[in-house]
Design a protein around this ligand. Structure first.
Ligand SMILES: *Cc1c(COP(=O)(O)O)cnc(C)c1O
Length: 371
């Protein structure tokens, strides 16, 4: 028989498509021959990185010939103080996706199942199926997670539930009361992972105070990241907060040097500069208003958001909106991988980036005579 790796592969992988990241600026420059691009495709911080980080990071360059501190003592200490939790309640990852992967590896084996919602962040499915774990998807309600549908879908093989709050790509959120009621209905033998990647941007007053719930619900796990409001997406640092018995188990699958030295130093510095985070939130609030008013003027509908991005519907038939915007130097994210036809995700940028995006959209819509 001829060699065929498809016969050897983990069968769950055959149904997966590789994760499609936001199109990098350099790739756009190579392919389109334009020099100026505005990337509103990956929910990165439009202010870049705090100068408190960039100004000092070079001082540790001479140390990169040494292995990083595998226990990340300094960063963990800072995070424990910041979140008012014990260091033993923290696990660090090479991005929060690494934390999610470790959680699945630790607790879910191939005779168990993970529940996620329709329109959940696609990385969950890729991570789980890559580890040979089946994922069951429950229907969404108004594009948001339907916690009742999740409860109904629980069976004896359900081991973990993962959801982002607010969710990417829809921007929808679950409030405190609903989360508490949900946790009360659920057996503590089912772990609930609440991915709070966009926590800093949330303005809703009834957003869950998950840290306060950890004592009462030891099966609750929180993940957070330095990739968004902290402006460190390229360095890859995220973390999980949970009951220390959970963390102790997860530590057994952690690669000893999973968070590199520069990332550890940068994350600690980034945490120190809360003014930068405040600024980022302000810019986001301004942009949220600017874009929502602009979209409405163009007659476009969008989902209300608690994040730094909008899911917007652009019902244009004859033009590939993504490509047309790319030709005008704007990179956004089509939501076809989520089966949200005609929907796109646009990251909230600086005022001038938002203006450029609205202008480019207007040009496309005028050509289409939709406006
Ligand atoms: C961006 C994002 C993350 C962050 O992932 P990192 O690995 O920490 O960069 C996590 N979850 C969701 C839902 C996101 O959108």
């Amino acid at each position: 028989m001829p060699f065929d790796p498809n016969r050897l592969v983990n069968p769950l992988l055959l149904t997966l498509k590789p994760y499609q990241p936001g199109k990098p600026i350099k790739e756009c420059q190579r392919e389109l021959g334009l020099t100026d691009f505005i990337k509103l495709a990956s929910n990165e911080n439009p202010l870049g990185t705090s100068s408190h980080v960039t100004g000092q990071l070079s001082q540790v360059f001479p140390e990169i010939s040494l292995y990083p501190d595998g226990s990340a003592f300094e960063l963990k200490k800072a995070l424990a103080e910041f979140n008012k939790v014990k260091e033993a309640q923290l696990i660090l990852g090479n991005g929060s996706e690494d934390v999610l992967k470790m959680l699945i590896q630790t607790f879910v084996s191939d005779n168990h199942q993970i529940l996620i919602s329709q329109y959940a962040f696609v990385a969950y499915k890729i991570l789980a199926q890559g580890l040979g774990i089946e994922v069951k998807e429950t229907p969404a309600k108004n594009y948001g997670i339907d916690l009742d549908a999740i409860i109904k879908a629980v069976t004896s093989i359900t081991r973990m539930i993962i959801f982002a709050n607010p969710n990417n790509p829809t921007g929808t959120y679950v409030n405190h009361q609903s989360l508490v009621e949900f946790m009360n209905k659920l057996s503590q033998d089912i772990l609930v992972v609440c991915d709070e990647a966009y926590l800093e941007y949330v303005t809703a007053k009834d957003y869950p105070q998950t840290l306060a719930l950890l004592k009462q619900y030891p099966n609750l796990i929180i993940t957070r990241t330095f990739s968004k409001a902290y402006g460190l997406a390229g360095l890859r640092v995220g973390y999980g907060i949970a009951d220390e018995r959970i963390i102790d188990l997860v530590n057994r699958v952690r690669q000893p040097f999973n968070v590199n030295h520069l990332a550890q130093v940068a994350a600690k510095l980034a945490l120190e500069d809360q003014d930068f985070v405040k600024n980022s939130i302000q810019i986001n609030e301004h942009g949220k208003k600017q874009l929502s008013e602009g979209f409405s003027k163009l007659g476009l509908t969008f989902l209300p958001t608690q994040g730094n991005f909008f899911a917007i519907e652009i019902p244009v038939t004859d033009v590939d909106v993504f490509q047309a915007l790319l030709r005008q130097g704007i990179i956004i994210r089509p939501l076809a991988p989520y089966k949200m036809e005609n929907f796109f995700r646009i990251t909230i940028g600086t005022p001038s980036q938002n203006e450029a995006c609205l202008k480019a959209l207007k040009t496309i819509l005028q050509k289409e005579k939709v406006v």
